[in-house]
Design a protein around this ligand. Structure first.
Ligand code: M6R
Length: 609
């Protein structure tokens, strides 16, 4: 899960290349580097830390122009984030440079073999083994060396390679890790993901699995691993060049939290018209949808929590059996998916390796695949039979916020659409729910207005050493998501739990030093929640309650409260709870001085297994 950026064409400034790499920084940011060449001038620089550091180190060179370059931003898998382990890696012999995304599973075997041939290694990475393997096959043609090497490599890898002896040529490889080529009048850009090239290219060529691209003297040629030439399919890039700017917000995360009402309004505008839900663009016929037997939903992290919320709503209103699992488990299970089953994969990035693998497995078993995704043109969208686009726009903060509520919102709409087709929800009821959904952006704004209050509460809680987040029913996944948000950006241990399970173990944790965040809107489980909270209070736990206004019962013993508007259909409350918990996590992390947009050890898109 690293970012690869490459270039071959007319001369461009180093600053432009580094900007391109920076647009991939969400994929990893523990170390980075560049190797660039022009007319005999060669540059290679790496450092641990972020790209701003690399830019500072290369201050004197930023205006220099290069016709060929490989750049990389790393998320460490093998070896610590040191300068020696940063990419590009140079081969011990033959002066070949390479950047890599993925994991070479048989790197130890290969390393031993290469050591036997006299190769020496400077890093702990699997990537350095791959570049030396290529060097061991090099006889004057870099693409031929690459073709031979990929036969021996096991695992997932996207590679970009060049040889100092052929400084007019860049070779790219895709094998279970994404790689695409941006085409512009200036030249060709290689990138792990589309956002990197959007400001630079109008067309893109998406490499397919087990393909090699050779960018040579302003020509592009693509081959399969058997060296057979394949057709180059250029596609227009449809996404807009939305420059990532914080627009007055201190962090991208805060900006993205604030964008949520607008995102949901956009979703309403796209998928509803005059009280009708319109998913007519879906490539799944109404007769197919009507006959669905089971629905399997899979996703990772925050997207998985969206899937868990959807399960409650979908099974209630469509009466279809729903199964939800994290992709990293689902893909290794012996599940039986049938032709009449629908498989839904949810992902912000559309590049999450485990979700893609789960999708491929379901497809093999002939299930129809629907993806819910925030990136048009992503691998997930391209592999699916049909997709629902979540119009959240680029999400830069590593902690997912607006993508989550966009996923939830689209899932609510899709559930109602399906229930209407199946006749399990009446037109009247659907209209009422749709009306309620259309008011959610307004309600979310009310919560955003409490930012100051929430940050004052967060100040009081930010010294607590451990948090439990409790919810019931459709808000149990909200508890999971609240805990994930807090731990990933503040590094405080936090656990999400179904409140009813407390007495089966976790209540042993409770004392005056533990904070408990309770999600308790006035729904059918409210009384049960109230009892659970009293049990916590009796054991001196510090309670932050997320409740509806005028909830006197809980207010009488909660230490602090954040109010979320009461809805006619409390099933939609996760859309409001999320905003309150995001603001809380953000404020705690800010109080602790944590690095909010790029938390340690994480990356935005997880393309390794
Ligand atoms: O791009 P995806 O939605 O597939 O990513 C899934 C998870 O990696 C992601 O939600 C992750 O858990 C976030 N950091 C959570 O904030």
């Amino acid at each position: 899960m690293c970012g690869i950026f490459g270039y071959k064409g007319k001369k461009v400034k180093l600053s432009c290349l580094l900007d391109g790499l920076q647009r991939l920084e969400y994929r990893g940011y523990d170390s980075c580097g560049v190797a660039a060449y022009n007319a005999g001038n060669f540059l290679c620089k790496k450092n641990s830390g972020k790209i701003t550091q690399l830019k500072t180190n290369l201050k004197a060179n930023l205006g220099n122009q290069y016709s060929l370059a490989l750049l990389h931003t790393r998320w460490a898998t093998h070896g610590q984030p040191t300068k020696a382990n940063a990419h590009p890696h140079k081969s011990f012999k033959k002066n070949i440079y390479m950047v890599h995304n993925g994991i070479i599973e048989n790197y130890l075997d290969l390393k031993n073999k290469l050591k036997g041939k006299g190769y020496k290694f400077k890093s702990d990475t699997d990537s350095e083994v791959a570049v030396n393997l290529i060097a061991s096959h090099y006889r004057g043609s870099i693409e031929k060396a690459v073709f031979s090497a990929v036969k021996e490599l096991k695992g997932s890898f996207a590679l970009a390679v060049f040889s100092e002896s052929e400084p007019d040529k860049v070779v790219g490889v895709r094998n279970k890790s994404p790689l695409l080529v941006g085409v512009s009048p200036q030249g060709y850009f290689l990138a792990s993901d589309l956002p990197a090239i959007v400001p630079l290219a109008k067309e893109a060529v998406y490499l397919k699995e087990k393909q090699v691209v050779v960018l040579d003297s302003n020509k592009i040629n693509i081959y399969d691993f058997q060296q057979k030439k394949v057709k180059v399919n250029k596609e227009k890039i449809k996404i807009k060049n939305e420059e990532a700017k914080k627009k007055g917000f201190k962090h991208f995360m805060l900006k993205e939290i604030y964008q949520q009402p607008k995102v949901l309004q956009d979703a309403l505008n796209i998928y509803t018209k005059k009280n009708q839900i319109n998913f007519n663009q879906l490539k799944l016929s109404k007769s197919y949808l009507k006959g669905i037997k089971n629905i399997f939903i899979t996703a990772c992290g925050t997207a998985f929590h969206a899937a868990c919320v959807a399960k409650y709503f979908l099974e209630r209103h469509t009466k279809i059996k729903i199964e939800v699992d994290t992709s990293s488990e689902f893909r290794y299970r012996d599940f039986n998916v049938d032709k009449g089953d629908l498989f839904i994969a949810i992902s912000q990035s559309g590049e999450t390796a485990d979700t893609l693998a789960a999708l491929k497995k379901a497809k093999k078993q002939k299930a129809k695949v629907l993806s819910i995704c925030n990136v048009l043109g992503s691998s997930l969208v391209r592999e699916s039979d049909s997709f629902i686009y979540t119009p959240a726009g680029p999400e830069i903060g590593v902690a997912s916020t607006k993508a989550y509520t966009a996923q939830l919102f689209c899932l609510y709409l899709f559930s109602l659409y399906l229930a209407t087709i199946k006749g399990t929800v009446s037109g009247r009821e659907k209209n009422k729910m749709l009306e309620e959904l259309s008011r959610v952006p307004f309600h979310q704004r009310k919560i955003l207005k409490q930012t100051r209050k929430i940050s004052a509460i967060a100040k009081k809680f930010s010294k607590m050493g451990c948090f439990l987040f409790l919810g019931r029913g459709i808000n149990f996944p909200s508890a999971l998501e609240g805990a994930l948000k807090l731990k990933e950006i503040s590094y405080i241990p936090a656990e999400g739990y179904p409140a009813g399970e407390m007495k089966h173990g976790p209540i042993a944790l409770i004392d005056e030093y533990r904070a408990v965040v309770c999600i308790a809107p006035m729904d059918s489980l409210h009384e049960k929640m109230t009892s659970n909270l009293q049990e916590i209070k009796a054991r001196k736990g510090k309670i932050l309650a997320i409740i509806n206004p005028a909830d006197k019962a809980i207010l009488s013993f909660a230490d602090q409260a954040v109010y979320i508007p009461k809805l006619k259909f409390q099933e939609f409350s996760p859309l409001l709870v999320a905003v309150a918990l995001q603001l809380f996590a953000y404020s705690v992390a800010k109080n602790l001085g944590a690095e909010i947009d790029q938390p340690r050890n994480l990356a935005k898109s997880v393309t390794v297994e």
